[in-house]
Design a protein around this ligand. Structure first.
Ligand SMILES: Cc1cc2nc3c(=O)[nH]c(=O)nc-3n(C[C@H](O)[C@H](O)[C@H](O)COP(=O)(O)OP(=O)(O)OC[C@H]3O[C@@H](n4cnc5c(N)ncnc54)[C@H](O)[C@@H]3O)c2cc1C
Length: 407
């Protein structure tokens, strides 16, 4: 096994690692990017087949490259995102090596030692760009002995993958609602467990919500309270993009239930919080409309009024008389999809800088260990940090910090 020496080792070949390489390259800082699988691997093997970007192509991209197949107002499919990131890595001439996994990282004097699947790499700086969503989380609720197919949204591909029968989808963020809707359209009976969530309007007064988040300064919001970072957002770019409307999902045939609780004797129990969760989501939606209207008035913007956006259908029966218990066998449920989020997994790093949840202590990605950086984590510096264009700005900041530390 060889020992290699680089100034900066970037770990991870997704959007974060590629953006980091662009900025290090622009400052002529020697570096190497290693990726354990292929460029943009998560978009190849950890997303469902029909997934499209959550934001329109004019927005969800790096500043220096447009999407080629999807127009600016369209939503790029996962396959095009892979091509885009591969093309971008080539455009910025990223020194990127695929098929190299960092298995352990430690520090010896001033040098980091990365034990990789292809030998040791020594580096003065490390940028961990291994993703905001690393380890799928499935709560231990339903035992394997229940005889159901259970999978995380990261491993869902399409309806044909599931056995015949009804499906229980748990979690109503962007993944859960889109998967539930796809299964319903595929002829499945679907139960959707809805917890607290934000649900911004997809478009309002002719502008996409990502535009509104920008002008309202919300992309730049810093995570002040830890809980803020974890609010699930239900938003979809599917079918040209539409506002997630739980009443519409219910009218189309999906049975909404509250937060999933315990599993007992073949039945799942749900909290009686469904109406409250829907109402809080509505309040978040209406707040956004209010903030947008106030901004348009203040700035004198000539945007078409849209009073119908405030009209809500009455609550459906499944919300007013919610199911609190579902016997899965009786309901014909054969599979459960857990759209319950992810945890970080930095078990390969031997540094005492992690809290009990496994989150590293850092300031804007600069850790307590000199030369060790994190990039692409949710709320690393602000709301935009885990998104493609937000990570680009964070990467620039870290590259400048690395440059400033040089002797
Ligand atoms: C369902 C879903 C939809 C999303 N949609 C959008 C969207 O539309 N727009 C948007 O801006 N964001 C979206 N995101 C958020 C974010 O953009 C993606 O999660 C994106 O993949 C993050 O890129 P990244 O480079 O930070 O991390 P990742 O894509 O996770 O890349 C990290 C890379 O590191 C590699 N790696 C990990 N550990 C090691 C190791 N030890 N050694 C070597 N390599 C390693 C992995 O193989 C991986 O390729 C979405 C997220 C999800 C889950």
């Amino acid at each position: 096994m060889s020992v290699e020496n680089v100034e900066t080792l970037v770990i991870g070949g997704g959007q974060a690692g590629i953006a980091m390489s662009e900025h290090l390259g622009a400052l002529a800082l020697p570096h190497l990017v290693v990726e354990r699988n292929r460029i943009a691997e998560r978009w190849r093997s950890e997303r469902w087949d029909s997934l499209v970007a959550n934001g329109p192509a004019w927005h969800d991209r790096f500043p220096n490259k447009q999407f080629e197949r999807t127009g600016p107002d369209g939503f790029a499919p996962a396959r095009e995102i892979v091509d885009y990131l591969e093309g971008y890595a080539a455009q910025v001439k990223a020194p990127l090596r695929t098929g190299v996994e960092v298995k352990a990282l430690r520090k010896h004097g001033d040098l980091f030692i990365a034990e990789t699947s292809l030998g040791q790499i020594e580096a003065k700086n490390i940028v961990a760009a291994t993703g905001p969503f690393q380890r799928p989380l499935i709560p231990t609720v339903v035992p394997e002995t229940a005889g159901l197919m259970q999978l995380h949204s990261a491993h869902y591909r399409n309806p044909a993958q599931l056995p015949e029968g009804a499906v229980m989808v748990i979690g109503a963020g962007s993944s859960g609602v889109q998967i539930a809707d796809e299964l319903r359209k595929g002829g499945r009976q679907v139960y959707l467990s809805v917890g607290p969530h934000d649900r911004p309007p997809r478009r309002y007064r002719g502008k996409d919500f990502v535009w509104w988040l920008g002008v309202l300064g919300m992309w730049n919001a810093e995570a002040i309270e830890p809980a803020m970072a974890h609010v699930t957002i239900a938003v979809s770019g599917a079918d040209g993009g539409h506002t997630v409307d739980f009443r519409r999902l219910a009218a189309d045939g999906i049975t909404l239930v509250g937060r999933t609780g315990a599993y007992e004797n073949g039945a799942l129990h749900f909290a009686s919080d469904l109406a409250k969760n829907i109402a809080l989501g509505d309040a978040n939606y209406l707040n956004m409309l209010d903030a947008a209207d106030a901004y348009a008035a203040r700035e004198g913007l000539d945007l078409p009024e849209e009073p119908e956006a405030r009209r809500m259908e009455p609550d459906p029966d499944c919300v007013t008389n919610p199911l609190l218990r579902l016997d899965l066998k009786q309901a014909g449920v054969s599979s459960i999809i857990w759209a319950t989020g992810y945890a970080l997994d930095f078990g390969w790093m031997q540094f005492d800088i992690f809290d009990q949840q496994g989150n590293p202590r850092h300031h804007r990605g600069i850790s307590e260990v000199p030369g060790l950086y994190f990039l692409g984590l949710p709320w690393l510096s602000r709301r935009a940090s885990a998104f493609i264009w937000g990570v680009w700005h964070d990467a620039k900041y870290l590259a400048e910090h690395i440059a400033a530390r040089r002797p």
